[in-house]
Design a protein around this ligand. Structure first.
Ligand code: FAD
Length: 387
């Protein structure tokens, strides 16, 4: 027997949690939710030790934005991860672990609801036929006869990397490791000389530099860092009721440390100059061809994030062309002929909304509360076809 749902949400990271809660807020009563872990996505898996780039208040705004979340919070005993965040200075930043724990609490509450059915596993295929997406699942002991009219992709992203061509025998340090000090310290020998190349000038690159610098000045005295950068560092700038470069600029600890230690006018007078050697890459030149790379023993690539692999998507068994054409204002997708794909939507870091700030800069809106704001606006539109 097949199981027919109104909506399926793929992914239980922050955007998946927000998508499920917004569907519930629209009184969608049969929701299928699929994830291999149901554990706050990358916030929990990879960023627990990362200092947040958003203020504590925004995490709580996320948790209190919709009634299904508030219902969860009202029924859990105190103290809990939400009350913990409430006790912190709302204008400060916090370890992402605190936000991950909050998301886990919300997830656990949503899972208990009768109108949400969860499957632990991966969706590997979805075919649109007979007015519904028929799903193929793996990693689950459940049957494969699930279908739903709406299919919401909250599938997340992963760090991009470029293959470094031979002859170098440089050792790769995954960005997730570089962002996790307790793992980074064992990824590099504390007693042998090591020179780590850090590629990029993003928020993640600065945090990787900070973590490596901390090791070099403490447990790893033979560690040196070469920082390959093509672009100047960009900072978020508060402008009263909005923030310039809100999504692309450095914030929080990364911004403070970068200003004090990485700018051309501060690095030379900073202790960081003893450990960090900046390699300015000319426009258009790849780090892979830089002679300085040959002097490095390890490499951390912080060159952006790419959407995770999607399930194989077909319309009446005809494959949808990839990469999918995504409408970042509505969350919908188009097929190979530019026609809107029925019932298919995306949200989260893989499928962010684009926003234009008052100075005309266009950015992808990435962050828990931004996912929530987007979903509160679009889910009422998405669910119109269910009525
Ligand atoms: C270094 C860093 C720091 C950040 N700091 C902050 C911050 O301080 N504040 C903030 O608001 N935001 C922050 N963000 C941005 C954003 O909130 C996170 O990236 C967040 O993890 C994105 O959530 P997501 O749900 O879109 O994706 P993810 O967290 O990646 O979750 C995706 C989920 O989908 C599942 N999935 C994928 N494919 C399938 C499939 N086929 N079937 C079933 N399940 C599937 C995955 O297993 C995963 O659980 C940060 C991002 C980065 C990179």
């Amino acid at each position: 027997m097949g199981s027919r749902f109104a909506a399926t949400v793929i992914g239980a990271g922050p955007s998946g949690i927000a998508a499920v809660s917004n569907l519930l807020a629209q009184r969608v009563s049969r929701i299928l939710w699929v994830d291999p872990f149901f554990s706050s996505g990358r916030l929990n898996k990879s960023y627990r030790e990362v200092p947040s780039n958003t203020k504590v208040s925004l995490f709580l705004d996320f948790a209190q934005a919709v009634k299904p979340f508030r219902d969860v919070i009202d029924t859990i005993p105190s103290p809990n991860p939400v009350t913990y965040l409430q006790q912190l200075d709302q204008n400060q930043h916090c370890p992402i672990a605190n936000a991950a724990d909050m998301c886990r609490t919300l997830t656990d509450g949503l899972i208990k609801r009768n109108d949400v059915t969860t499957v632990v596993g991966n969706v590997n295929a979805a075919n649109w036929a007979d007015n519904a997406w028929q799903l193929g699942l793996d990693g689950s002991t459940h049957n494969n006869n699930y279908s739903s009219h709406l299919l919401v992709l909250c599938t997340g992203s992963h760090p991009k990397s470029i293959k470094v061509p031979p002859p170098t025998s440089i050792k790769d340090i995954h960005l997730d490791i570089a962002l996790t000090p307790t793992k980074l310290q064992t990824a590099i020998s504390a007693s042998e000389p090591a020179t780590v190349a850090v590629i990029g000038s993003s928020h993640s690159a600065v945090l990787a530099l900070l973590n490596l610098y901390t090791l070099a000045t403490t447990s790893h005295p033979k560690l040196r860092i070469k920082w390959f950068s093509r672009n100047p560092l960009l900072y978020a700038v508060p402008k009263g009721d909005w923030i310039l470069y809100d999504n692309t600029g450095l914030k929080g600890l990364a911004a403070t440390w970068a200003r004090d230690h990485l700018e051309d006018d501060t690095i030379q007078s900073s202790n960081a100059a003893r450990y960090i050697d900046k390699v300015n890459l000319p426009k258009g030149e790849s780090f892979t061809t830089s002679p300085a790379l040959a002097q490095c023993t390890h490499i951390v690539q912080a060159i952006g994030y790419a959407p995770n692999a999607l399930p194989s998507l077909t319309l009446n068994r005809a494959p949808l062309a990839t990469p999918l054409a995504h409408n970042p204002r509505s969350g919908a997708f188009s097929d190979n002929h530019g026609r809107t794909v029925p019932g298919l939507y995306g949200a989260g870091i893989a499928w962010p909304e684009t926003v234009t700030d008052p100075e005309g800069n266009v950015e992808s809106a990435v962050g828990l509360y931004k996912f929530m704001k987007f979903l509160r606006r679009v889910v009422p539109e998405w669910t119109k076809t269910l009525n």
